[in-house]
Write a protein that binds this ligand. Structure first.
Ligand SMILES: [Zn+2]
Length: 365
């Protein structure tokens, strides 16, 4: 379904029967045109060379769904992949990563070679009862390990992005927690160096008489006797926001390049200069990159009406990924999280009142 950047629905002029989606949600140069279809099921197979493979089931009894009614928009693909990654990595999750990946593909869309497979499956001569179906199924095979690598890269960049965005609102929590390792993925080290106090004071090294080894010994002796004071758990020693530009450069380096090429826009049969997307990860990266390019400059972030809507954040209570659709939204719509939000608002309110009262009493004296 086409949306504008703020998520407002725009009436589509597409032929509803074609199932090729021109996404108005991402306007301007480099529109996204991609195909959405699902295989009915997958079987897991162990291959000596490529490891564990997910093999689509495609036959007369279990035909693929080429016209899914509940298509994901680009932003929904990004958030649902990040959600999948969060569950894959969650130590308290009961399902293993293979089951979660297969479930995602069955519920949402086939992840790889989407253009190629869509064309094969919708070809006029395609026969589901024939060898065509077998060939399409073979072309749809993907490695679970490859999927996990793609998922981890996307998840890391998305978390990095969310952490940087949170800095602009003096919220360091997402960054602080990024180093925690989960069930499968590595924690991210980008912010570790801000946690520790590494500032070794100038000490008198003249006793070493210029001998480097002796100087090191003196330094170590001093540190053993005067351990550096470390910040309390949960707090950074130096403020990462001070190096925002440098951190943002690192994030930019994580984002892959996009190939643009001409594609036929099925809505009007005209050519469109479109980002080349072959996998759901290409789509998610593209949406994430567009999201980043919609952000205001960091110095404009704090201004009331500059706070961007329509970008992805993590719920402050449950950690789930979602698209923020109101300026101050920090919690997702789940009842538990709304309860937590209300409780926090009340705590903040009481704290404000207590401070006001204390100040008023102080002024009286
Ligand atoms: Zn939540």
């Amino acid at each position: 379904m086409p949306y504008n950047w703020n998520g407002d629905y725009i009436e589509s002029r597409a032929d509803k029967n074609t199932d090729i989606l021109g996404f108005g949600e991402i306007g301007g140069v480099g529109q996204l045109i991609y195909h959405n279809f699902r295989f009915a099921d997958y079987k897991l197979k162990n291959d000596k060379k490529s490891g564990l493979l997910a093999c689509p089931v495609c036959n007369k009894k279990s035909p693929p769904d080429l016209t899914p009614k509940d298509n994901l928009s680009g932003k929904e693909i990004l958030t649902s992949l990040c959600e999948l990654a969060r569950r894959v990595d969650d130590v308290s999750e009961e399902n293993d990563h293979k089951a979660l990946i297969i479930e995602w593909c069955k519920e949402n869309m086939h992840p790889y070679a989407i253009d190629y497979l869509y064309n094969a499956l919708t070809d006029d001569n395609f026969d589901i009862a024939d060898i065509d179906a077998e060939m399409a199924a073979r072309d749809g095979i993907f490695s679970i390990e490859d999927f996990m690598t793609d998922l981890e890269n996307l998840y890391n960049a998305a978390r990095f992005y969310i952490a940087l965005e949170a800095f602009c609102f003096a919220d360091n929590e997402p960054a602080y927690e990024m180093y925690q390792t989960g069930r499968h993925f590595q924690g991210l080290p980008y912010f570790e160096r801000y946690k520790l106090n590494m500032e070794i004071p100038d000490i008198d090294l003249s006793a070493a008489k210029g001998d480097l080894l002796e100087e090191m010994k003196l330094g170590n002796k001093y540190l053993a006797e005067h351990p550096l004071e470390q910040p309390p758990e949960g707090e950074f020693y130096t403020e990462p926001y001070d190096e925002y530009e440098k951190l943002r450069e690192r994030l930019i380096d994580c984002i892959p390049d996009f190939k643009l090429r001409l594609k036929v826009n099925p809505q009007n049969n005209r050519l469109v200069f479109s980002a080349d997307v072959n996998s759901v990860f290409d789509i998610a990266w593209y949406v994430l990159a567009r999201m980043m390019s919609e952000d205001p400059a960091p110095e404009d972030f704090g201004k009331e009406d500059e706070r961007p809507e329509g970008i992805m954040i993590c719920c402050h209570h449950c950690g789930r990924f979602f698209i923020r659709n109101a300026k101050h939204q920090q919690y997702c719509d789940r009842p538990d999280c709304q309860k937590a939000r209300n409780a926090k608002n009340q705590r903040d309110y009481r704290r404000r009142k207590a401070i006001e009262k204390a100040q008023a009493e102080k002024n009286k004296k």
